[in-house]
Design a protein around this ligand. Structure first.
Ligand code: AMP
Length: 283
């Protein structure tokens, strides 16, 4: 496995593959890898000749009061996991390497950036779309794989690629969960044991909502049911429960009449957990 710490090293590796006519898939991550990330890597391997995983804790997508400094990191363990999964190259640049003396150009998807998580985290999605564009320009992949866990991010990246005619295909991959249903996240290690138990309420509320959705309920009733179920976790502060069109994230009203995504954000202490589920009325 090639370890590339500079853009020049990464580009040289890619040039070698391109000369042989090989296709490339990229899996962007912030490291501290878990089975969720590795499932994206396996999907990427199934779709292209070569797989690059990027590991970069991107400062521009963290707000001033967010967990940039405490975001978990373990380079050696990440490398060992990627090696086991036969990743071809890992791109792990420093902040200086990525941003140099600072940039003056941003990529922004203003509509999708301003809503939902974007409204709670100003600047977050501008940081994401800018760094992902930079990674695409450095790795020049044919395919990029993103998790449905970060559902708004996936919808936004698809829109960005469409709007800019970026020459690659975006693939979304289902959320991987712990045995008890908690969505895997690098942040889960920072939950206390009490918080960890209560964090199950997220996936449980989504399971219940999935059943309810089959009866084509009023959107407001579905939301009330999810909030009710989340109240089983008094240590969690519910930041948002949103039910939106699964494809466009447009607001929905009246009775559920199409696939919708339920998006949850619940804060346990300093740890923000998110989860999502696409639900549909029974046909
Ligand atoms: P992160 O390192 O949290 O930025 O995540 C990197 C990529 O892995 C993103 O596309 C995430 O959506 C995806 N991802 C994170 N957690 C999971 C999970 N539990 N299952 C599937 N994909 C995930």
């Amino acid at each position: 496995m090639e370890i590339c710490r500079t853009k020049a090293e990464m580009r040289a590796v890619v040039r070698g593959w391109r000369r042989k006519g090989e296709t490339i898939a990229v899996v962007p991550t912030m490291g501290y890898l878990h089975e969720g990330h590795l499932s994206l890597v396996r999907k990427a391997k199934a779709e292209a000749d070569r797989v690059v995983t990027t590991i970069f804790v991107n400062p521009t997508q963290f707000g001033p009061n967010e967990d940039l400094d405490t975001y978990p990191r373990d380079e050696a363990r990440d490398q060992a996991l990627l090696e086991q999964d036969a990743v071809d190259a890992v791109f792990m640049p420093s902040v200086e390497e990525m941003y140099g003396a600072g940039g003056d150009t941003y990529v922004e998807v203003p509509g999708l950036s301003a809503i939902l998580q974007g409204a709670l985290r100003p600047g977050h999605f501008r940081g994401v779309s800018t760094v992902v564009s930079k990674l695409f320009n450095i790795v020049t992949p044919d395919i990029a794989v993103f998790g449905e866990k970060d559902y708004q991010q996936l919808v936004l990246i698809k829109q960005m690629v469409r709007d800019l005619d970026a020459p690659l295909k975006i693939i979304g991959h289902p959320t991987v969960r712990e045995a008890d249903g908690l969505a895997m996240s690098s942040r889960n290690v920072r939950l206390s044991s009490e918080q960890r138990k209560e964090a199950l309420a997220l996936s449980q509320s989504l399971n219940e909502a999935e059943q309810l959705a089959k009866g084509a309920p009023q959107i407001t009733d579905l939301e009330a049911a999810v909030r009710g179920s989340l109240s089983d976790a008094p240590l969690g502060k519910v930041e948002s429960v949103d039910i939106r069109d699964a494809e466009t994230l447009a607001e929905l009203g009246g009775a559920l009449d199409r696939p919708a995504v339920i998006l949850l954000a619940v804060r346990f202490g300093t740890v923000l957990l998110i989860d999502q589920r696409v639900v549909s009325p029974a046909t």
